[in-house]
Design a protein around this ligand. Structure first.
Ligand code: SAH
Ligand code: SF4
Ligand code: F3S
Length: 447
């Protein structure tokens, strides 16, 4: 069943990283320009965009099962939705998707989605359209202005990756590293703040590789960009993610001690604690150099909270090498972490390495790692009790008068009292659980 008329409503389903969330928002804004509305909760949309992630196995399978579900729902209510597949699976497997899934009308890669309107014109005529070009920066110039969203907004400043860690698909799905121009970013940040954002998280696959020429023509890195953004009135908090240890420079570290709006939080993945494994991963840093870098951050900003990503069961990883991963978790005492079983990705060097680790060994290591991570997360939350801090209110809690938001250290905090979404409320952290804390209101700072 082919869609016959122009879609009136859309739904964008984003999987994967925060950059996909950002891309999903920007695609939604493009559809809004075309007069297409978000589908009401619980109703089928005329146009569904599956904004996919390719980072681990089963991602592609998930896309096909989602497509199957959409086709079945369309049959049931007599109206097939127009289906578009976007994101990193579209980039990596666009042709296969078109061949395997006749219900898909559009395949669009992460660097080409500004061309969605043309592709929709085609699709509305019953033709199929694929675009997985990588025209780098052109995308951002072609997108409409930012629209109002919640108090916390994402802003992509850098895309792509030249690091080629041996397990990772991102360099293939997102292309080479590019930095968006300084002035465009300052403009977009201003627009986000005008639209109600209090907090901006700067995004990049290697966000700290960003560089550009500032308004005086000086070459600056991410620290320089952050110093400029901090001057925007109404912007209260700045964050950035994800950083690579090798792209860290002293100015960014110093900014953590000097820019009050830059939150005391750093997501700095290390992946593993053993140097032989780090080398096989092509990480180009050692456990020791990573720990030294963290010491520099702690010297600049003693209360900085650290988070990381870990992979267990990389090909050839021995029990002793895995122990080094547990050790680095103990050394750093992370406030939060993401941890994954190694997943062989087609086309990456690690996928064909010898000594792939058995799934049950990976599962058991992951369990031990996550227990260790949970221990430190809980300890971090416990150590926060008694501290005064601000909470940026993001949503209402389960009960009337209850509010949920984030501390400067990215902890979830709930409190009771007078507030509104977007308020910065000063609280004392009164009790800490494994995943959230309770705050007692001291004062409301801004509305
Ligand atoms: N650019 C960031 C994050 C990239 S993807 C960085 O370099 O740190 C997010 C996380 O997914 C990675 O940090 C890694 O921990 C995990 N990941 C990437 N490829 C993976 C794979 N093949 N198997 C399991 N986890 C993977
Ligand atoms: Fe992937 Fe490594 Fe690039 Fe991160 S730095 S996106 S893990 S290749
Ligand atoms: Fe996934 Fe692509 Fe992000 S593979 S993690 S959506 S860059």
């Amino acid at each position: 069943m082919k869609p016959t008329s122009a879609p009136q409503t859309y739904r964008v389903k984003s999987f994967g990283c925060q950059m996909n969330v950002y891309d999903g928002e920007r695609m939604a804004e493009l559809l809004g320009e075309r007069g297409i509305q978000p589908a009401p909760e619980g109703e089928e949309a005329d146009l569904v965009i599956l904004n996919t992630c390719h980072i681990r196995e089963k991602a592609a399978e998930k896309v096909y099962s989602d497509i199957g579900r959409l086709v079945a729902a369309g049959k049931e209510n007599g109206k097939a939705p127009l289906i578009a597949v976007a994101g990193c699976v579209a980039q990596a497997e666009g042709e296969e998707i078109m061949a395997r899934a006749p219900a898909v009308s559009i395949v669009v890669g992460p660097q080409a989605y500004h061309r969605l309107p043309d592709m929709l014109d085609k699709a509305e005529k019953g033709e199929r359209a694929t675009d997985t070009d990588m025209p780098a920066i052109a995308k951002f110039d072609a997108l409409p202005a930012r629209k109002k969203r919640g108090p916390s907004a994402f802003l992509t400043v850098q895309e792509g990756c030249d690091k080629f860690c041996t397990y990772c698909v991102v360099p293939y799905t997102r292309g080479a590293e590019i930095s968006r121009p300084f002035s465009h970013l300052v403009d977009e940040a201003r627009k986000l703040v005008e639209a109600g954002a209090k907090e901006i998280t700067l995004l990049g696959q290697n966000v700290n590789a960003w560089s550009g020429d500032d308004d005086k023509g000086r070459r600056v890195g991410l620290g320089g960009l952050i110093r400029t953004l901090a001057q925007i009135d109404g912007l209260e908090r700045i964050r950035y993610t994800t950083s690579h240890p090798n792209d860290m420079d002293d100015d960014l570290i110093a900014a953590h001690g000097e820019v009050a709006k830059l939150m005391p939080y750093l997501h700095l993945p290390v992946q593993a604690g053993n140097d032989r494994i780090l080398k096989a991963m092509n990480r180009q840093h050692t456990a020791e150099s990573y720990l030294r870098l963290i010491e520099k951050f702690r010297a600049a900003r003693p209360d900085i909270a650290l988070s990381g990503d870990f992979i267990v069961g990389f090909p050839g990883e021995t029990e002793a090498e895995f122990q080094d991963t547990l050790n680095i978790v103990d050394d750093v005492r992370y406030a939060a972490c993401f941890s994954f079983k190694y997943s062989p990705r087609p086309g990456t060097p690690a996928a064909t390495m010898e000594h792939q680790i058995a799934p049950e060994v990976m599962a058991e290591r992951l369990q031990r790692l996550q227990a260790r991570i949970a221990h430190h997360q809980y300890a971090f939350n416990q150590a926060s009790v008694g501290k005064a801090c601000t909470v940026l209110v993001e949503r209402t809690g389960r009960h009337p008068g209850q509010w949920l938001g984030k501390s400067p250290w990215l902890q979830s905090v709930w409190f009771e009292g007078e507030a509104a979404i977007g308020d910065l409320v000063e609280v004392t952290l009164a009790a800490g659980g494994p995943n959230s804390l309770e705050g007692q209101v001291r004062a409301k700072l801004s509305a």
